[in-house]
Every structure is written in C-alpha cells, then in structure tokens.
Write a protein that binds this ligand. Structure first.
Ligand code: TXA
Ligand code: MG
Length: 336
C-alpha cells in the first residue's frame, strides 16, 4: 500500500479513508496519532498490527468535543469530568472513566471496564473527527517501543506501506504525549505525566495522586502502556543530571572511541568539542520536551552508539520530560 501524505486541508480525503476502514495518521498538539474508526473492532486490530503493539495496551478514544464522550462514558462521572474538560479541553489531558457496558469493543479498552478520552487541540484533527462523525482511536503513530513521532516524516519512516495516509500539519507544538488522569479511582490519579501537571489540575479539582513511578516485576501497572520498553532509540542514552558533569562525561565517552551524540541546551552545546554529533534542545525544559523525540531519532540516523542527554528536575513540566527521557535511557544516569 502506498502511504499518501495529505495537506492539513484535505480533511474530506482523510475522512474517506477512515470510512473505508483504513488507517490515517493525524496531527495533535502533543505527538502524531494513528487514527482508525473507534467503533470498528476489525480496523482497531489493524492499528495494533501496524504498530506492533501488544494487544493488552488500551487505546485513547479521540473526540471532537465532550458530547461525543457521553455516548460511551458512564454519565455518573459527568460533574467531575466536565470540570476538567472545561479547564483543559481541547488540550493535552486524557481522562479515564468507566464506560457504559458494551459501548466500546475490547479491541479499544484492552478488556478493561474503563476507557481513555481526549479532545486534542489541533484544528485539522478536530475537523477530521467532526467530518467523520465518530471518535477515532489514536495511539502515538510510531512503531511500538520507538520514540513518538513529532513530524509527519517520523510517521512515514515507521509506518509507510502499512497505513493509508498521513495528515501533515507540520511539527507538533508540545512534543510529549498527553497527561493521563484516571477518574475511576477514589482519588483522581495521574498515570502518565504530561504538560498539564498536578499543580494545573489542583486548580480545578481538590485532590490528585501520581502513579507514574517505575513498575517493578510482578506489579500490575494501572496504565498498561507504562510497563513496556518505550521511546528507545538504537543508541544507548545516558542521562547527565548535573550540567557541570557534561565536560567530564564527554571526555569519558570520547575515550571509548565510538560515535557519540550529545543532546542538550544551547548553552551546553557551545562547549562541546567538534567531531561529536549534537542535537539542540533549545533553551529550557519546554523546548527540550518539544524536541526530545526528534533528537533521539536524529541522533539514531547519525548512527551514534551513545547519546549523552541533559536531565531536568523531575518537577512541574519537568515531570513529563524526565519520565520520557528515563524510559528512553532505561534509567541509565551518568555517574562520576
Ligand atoms: O498525546 C497523546 O496522548 C497521544 C496523541 C496521539 O493523542 N496518544 C498516545 O497514545 O500517547 P498511546 O496509546 O501511545 O498512550 C496511551 C496511554 C497508554 O499508556 C495506555 O496504556 C493508557 O494510555 N490507557 C489507555 N486507556 C487506558 C485505560 N482504560 N486505563 C488505563 N490506562 C489506559
Ligand atoms: Mg505511545
């Protein structure tokens, strides 16, 4: 199958592919998603196949607005959910709620009694869902285990020949996936950190827990996706937590005599000796989050063996960045 690249105005063409039961990658403010008709288990199964994704890992149901949610979700969660939707939708917050029995297939929910809902902040995709008239599932549009795609060309690289089309809307603005919050438990719980952080949430709801710690062997993770190897480039990533350690870290890895990459903010890159592949994370944790996945992919295509990547404190917006970087590094940190 040829994969067509569609312009962000070719909404009708994209919707027609979905209506035919085909897969279309779509832009969001976080990362590109892999879209399919959420009401058809047969095509939802194709999403798992295209990504090589384990089938017990449920998918986010993308909607064009709250009304579409209440056709599927248990309405008793409306008062709480509506507060969050009003404050953060459209935007990078995914809300997990119990669903009305039988309303969504096991292919979408992974057999759970809950489902994840999200209204992305992207005009082309909201138009697409409205034109299509039904919700679309959308995991990140990468091969399972690889960094999430923040450009249409990343999607093409991983999935061309396996999907009908990519709706190209340029680089995504935020670069890390949405915050996932579970409302089906006593205290609303963050299962995956994103750009809506716990301080943002606490302005709207009274209480919130975090549950995005590392899952140890034997423990059943609340968000099934959190147990799999993630965001991993072919190179080994090593996190440099203290910027003052970069100089020493670089000379230690240069001594290994294998291709080295450094991914850091401009200030640090200024000091990197020539001959080393570099990728700029911009100025701060916001630009670093936006460009992290693109950097991992770029340095992979430069065929480096190690990537020294700048760490940021694990608080506020840094929580999302640190969570993704730790996964891509398999928790490897530079030690003097
Ligand atoms: O920003 C995003 O959320 C992107 C864009 C495309 O919208 N999507 C995305 O989807 O990151 P995905 O499939 O890569 O990640 C969804 C996460 C997984 O960790 C999955 O296990 C979890 O949400 N999840 C989905 N439904 C769930 C449920 N009912 N209960 C617990 N976790 C759930
Ligand atoms: Mg993903």
């Amino acid at each position: 199958m040829d994969t067509e690249i569609l312009k962000n105005t070719q909404i009708k063409e994209a919707a027609d592919f979905l209506a035919k039961g085909q897969l279309v990658a779509f832009p969001t403010e976080t990362v590109y998603g892999l879209g399919a008709d959420a009401t058809r288990p047969d095509v939802v199964k194709d999403v798992y196949a295209a990504k090589g994704r384990p089938s017990d890992n449920p998918l986010i149901v993308h909607v064009s607005g709250p009304d579409m949610v209440w056709e599927y979700a248990d309405n008793s969660y409306k008062p709480l959910a509506q507060k969050l939707m009003k404050a953060f939708w459209p935007g990078p917050l995914t809300i997990i709620m119990p669903i009305q029995p039988g309303k969504l297939s096991k292919a979408v929910t992974g057999g759970l009694t809950t489902a994840a809902f999200r209204m992305p902040n992207n005009k082309a995709t909201l138009d697409l869902i409205k034109t299509f008239g039904k919700p679309i599932v959308g995991p990140s549009a990468n091969t399972s285990g690889k960094p999430s795609p923040t450009l249409a060309k990343h999607v093409y690289h991983d999935l061309h020949g396996k999907i009908a089309a990519i709706l190209d809307d340029g680089p995504t603005k935020l670069g890390v996936e949405s915050t996932v919050i579970d409302l089906s438990v006593d205290v609303p719980t963050i299962l995956r950190p994103g750009m809506v952080d716990s301080d943002d949430l606490l302005k709207v709801i009274d209480n919130v827990n975090s549950d995005h710690h590392k899952v140890s062997a034997g423990e059943v993770p609340k968000a099934p996706g959190m147990k799999y190897k993630h965001y991993a480039p072919s190179a080994q990533v090593i996190i440099v937590d203290d910027v003052n350690d970069f100089k020493q870290a670089i000379s230690e890895y240069v001594a290994k005599n294998v291709p080295l990459g450094v991914m850091a903010t401009e200030q640090i890159l200024k000091e990197v000796p020539s001959g080393i592949k570099t990728f700029s994370l911009g100025e701060d944790v916001i630009s670093a989050s936006r460009d992290l996945f693109a950097g991992l992919r770029q340095l992979d295509s430069d065929h480096v063996q190690y990537i020294l990547a700048q760490g940021f404190p694990d608080t506020g917006h840094g929580a999302a960045y640190s969570n993704r970087l730790n996964k891509s590094a398999g928790n490897a940190h530079y030690k003097k």
